[in-house]
Design a protein around this ligand. Structure first.
Ligand SMILES: Cc1cc2nc3c(=O)[nH]c(=O)nc-3n(C[C@H](O)[C@H](O)[C@H](O)COP(=O)(O)OP(=O)(O)OC[C@H]3O[C@@H](n4cnc5c(N)ncnc54)[C@H](O)[C@@H]3O)c2cc1C
Length: 475
């Protein structure tokens, strides 16, 4: 069977279906028959990610080695069927979803942490290791892997690198790409390449490691990663405060820096977020609160003591009230429960959530939120804003009823206007979730035409047949 597909480089080519018996037989030879899944019921979970739209693959393959992946990609180029890599499948932009069919490569079996080098502060890992498992393994010997997307218990290291994931610790420690020293990657045409190395300094050749980080599974499949580690901080402490306005809360962020304190996390919740968690879970938060800040510091016990006192002072002077400082790990967890309760709490406001993650320079967060609230009012769409005040990355959630076409249309328009506002304020349309297929129609709002064309040229050079993760990023 053969049909025509549009490829994300803009070309159209004939392809063979990956479910053709001869193709399937070849795939079974490569990875072993037991690691090729075609039963529609078993394939179903691989049809979607956190966006929850379904595009079933023709087959799901679970290779064990880079060599097997190289063979799959060579075959895909000969027979012209799409291949999409998948990690934990909790992406928020549809990156791991095979929207043009073909095969999904599940990296679940590539789940070995190969070495932890305590003296050199690095870890060599396969891509299918869960973020949390890697964090636990290194923390057990006093080391620290800072990138921590909230999805850390489900996401894989390969997915984190492909999305350049951030998280609540980004305010101090940066994002995934700041920890990737080297990669083994299978290119879309099936060559196995090595980028970077094991040293923190390395300027030999083009920075291909940087190119692959955040490439959303479109330029190669990561089969091994060497990641930078830090010594595990001795202590952490969290302080929570409520404020009358978002402006008051956000003004504290710059004051921390002026007082030479760099919190690990500065998370902000807006009025609607507070009302949502309070009405459902009764944390005892002030009902009149316009904003809430959660601020964590880390370091030696002595540093943490000083820094948390400075944080408290700044929060109080900045108009913060109902201050709570965690004295124990359990108290700290309880403070963070408010943040964790958000996702389930806002579900009651609609059956469909447009979960955006715009980013602006952190001093512009209050303006962003004021304008987003205005957009929500104009489109009669309930909006909940919360996120990473420390790096200006705000989760804007427009809620609507999936069955109400007019409400969905209004919410989509609200999303587009929010992107325009973020860009206008000096930011962009995604800080951590990536583009995938979901935000592809908006790419040209954020990036000019010559730059998009340069990206397409890189894609075409590495993937001349457009077989790796087609339909993403570029419309
Ligand atoms: C509740 C929730 C909270 C979240 N919180 C955060 C957050 O705080 N910060 C954040 O950054 N994101 C967050 N996300 C988004 C998401 O979890 C991250 O993007 C994460 O990095 C995805 O990892 P994954 O393993 O699930 O990747 P997948 O969804 O499986 O794949 C994502 C992309 O990576 C590609 N890919 C996967 N494995 C490989 C590989 N080995 N080689 C090449 N490409 C590959 C896929 O093709 C796809 O394009 C959240 C998601 C949810 C559902």
């Amino acid at each position: 069977m053969s049909r025509s597909i549009g490829i994300n480089t803009g070309k159209t080519r004939e392809r063979t279906s990956a479910s053709d018996e001869s193709v399937l037989a070849h795939l079974r030879e490569i990875v072993g028959a037991e690691h090729v899944v075609v039963d529609p019921e078993k394939v179903e979970p691989y049809a979607q990610d956190a966006v929850k739209e379904k595009f079933p693959p023709e087959a799901v393959l679970f290779p064990r080695t880079a060599l097997e992946i190289a063979e799959i990609l060579k075959l895909a180029n000969e027979a012209r069927f799409p291949v999409t890599a998948r990690g934990g499948g909790v992406g928020y932009s549809g990156g791991a979803v095979p929207i043009e069919g073909g095969v999904v490569i599940g990296t679940d079996r590539m789940n070995e942490i190969k070495e932890i080098n305590a003296d050199d502060l690095n870890v060599v890992t396969e891509p299918g290791v869960r973020t949390y498992a890697l964090q636990q393994a290194v923390e057990a010997i006093g080391l620290f892997y800072p990138p921590d997307p909230a999805s850390y218990k489900e996401s894989f290291i390969g997915g984190n690198i492909a999305e350049n994931a951030g998280g609540i610790r980004s305010a101090k420690y940066g994002v995934t790409k700041h920890y990737v020293l080297g990669l083994e990657v299978v290119t879309p045409t099936g060559e196995i390449i090595r980028t970077g190395g094991r040293t923190s300094k390395n300027v030999v050749g083009f920075d291909l490691t940087g190119l692959i980080c955040g490439s959303e599974g479109m330029l190669g499949i990561i089969t091994e990663a060497t990641l930078r580690l830090l010594p595990l901080p001795e202590a952490t402490r969290t302080v929570r405060a409520t404020f009358r306005t978002m402006r008051e809360a956000c003004a504290c962020v710059a004051r921390f820096s002026r007082a030479r304190v760099t919190p690990v996390a500065i998370e902000v919740l807006d009025r609607n977020s507070i009302a949502a968690v309070e009405s459902q879970y009764a944390f005892g938060l002030a009902k009149d609160a316009g904003a809430l800040l959660l601020v964590s510091v880390d370091g030696s016990a002595e540093e943490v003591g000083r820094a948390s006192r400075v944080v408290e002072e700044i929060l109080r002077e900045g108009g913060g009230y109902d201050l709570v400082r965690a004295a124990t790990k359990e108290d700290e967890d309880r403070l963070w429960d408010v943040r964790r309760a958000l996702s389930p709490a806002i579900k009651k406001f609609g059956t469909l959530k447009f979960n955006e993650d715009v980013v602006v320079p952190r001093s512009r967060v209050p303006e962003l939120i004021e304008q987003v609230e205005e957009i929500g009012r104009r489109h009669e769409t309930f909006v909940v804003n919360f996120g990473h005040a420390g790096d200006g990355n705000i989760h804007v959630n427009f809620m609507c009823d999936r069955e109400n076409r007019e409400a969905v249309r209004q919410a989509r328009e609200a999303v587009r206007e929010t992107f325009a506002v973020a860009i206008e304020l000096g930011g962009t349309i995604s800080g951590e979730h990536g583009i995938g297929y979901v935000k592809a129609p908006y790419l040209d709002m954020a990036i000019d035409a010559p730059t998009v064309e340069t990206m397409k040229r890189i894609k075409r050079a590495l993937d001349p047949n457009g077989i790796l993760n087609p339909g993403k990023m570029f419309v």
